[in-house]
Design a protein around this ligand. Sequence first.
Ligand SMILES: [Zn+2]
Length: 144
Amino acid sequence: MEKWSVVRCPACKNCHGTRTRARQCPHCGQTLASTTPVVATADSAAQLRIEVALANTPKEIRDELRIKLEASQEPLVAINSTSPRRLYALIVDQAGEGGIIRRRDVEDVLNKVESDMDADDLLDQLEINGTIIRRQDGTWQLLE
Ligand SMILES: [Zn+2]
C-alpha cells in the first residue's frame, strides 16, 4: 500500500501532505530537501487529511480534533468539473478580511461555476493540500 507523508516546511512551518517525498512547499514555494523530516505518515488519503489537520493544529486541541475527524471519515471526491486552481482563486476572492472562509463562501463559489460538488468535499481537498486550516469556530483560515 502506498504511504502518504506529512512534512513540515522549514521555511514557513506549515505542514502539508504528500504522496512521495515533498519537493515544494504549497504554502510558500520553498524547495524542500529530501531530508525534510516526515512528521507523520498515513495509509490513505482520508488518514492523511487527519494527520495534516492535526499537524497544523495547536497541541492543546489536537486530541479533541482527532476524535472529531476520525469520527467523520468519508471517502474523498475528486474535484472534476472546474480545475482546483480556478476554484481556489475564486474562493480567495470570496474570502473576507484576514483570509477567513465560511462554508457559505464556498457554496457561493460552487454555485457561480455551476459545480455540483459538495462544499465540504472541496474544503476537505483544500485542507489536504494544506491550503486552508479548519478553525474552532467552524470557519477556515487561508494559509497562503
Ligand atoms: Zn513553506
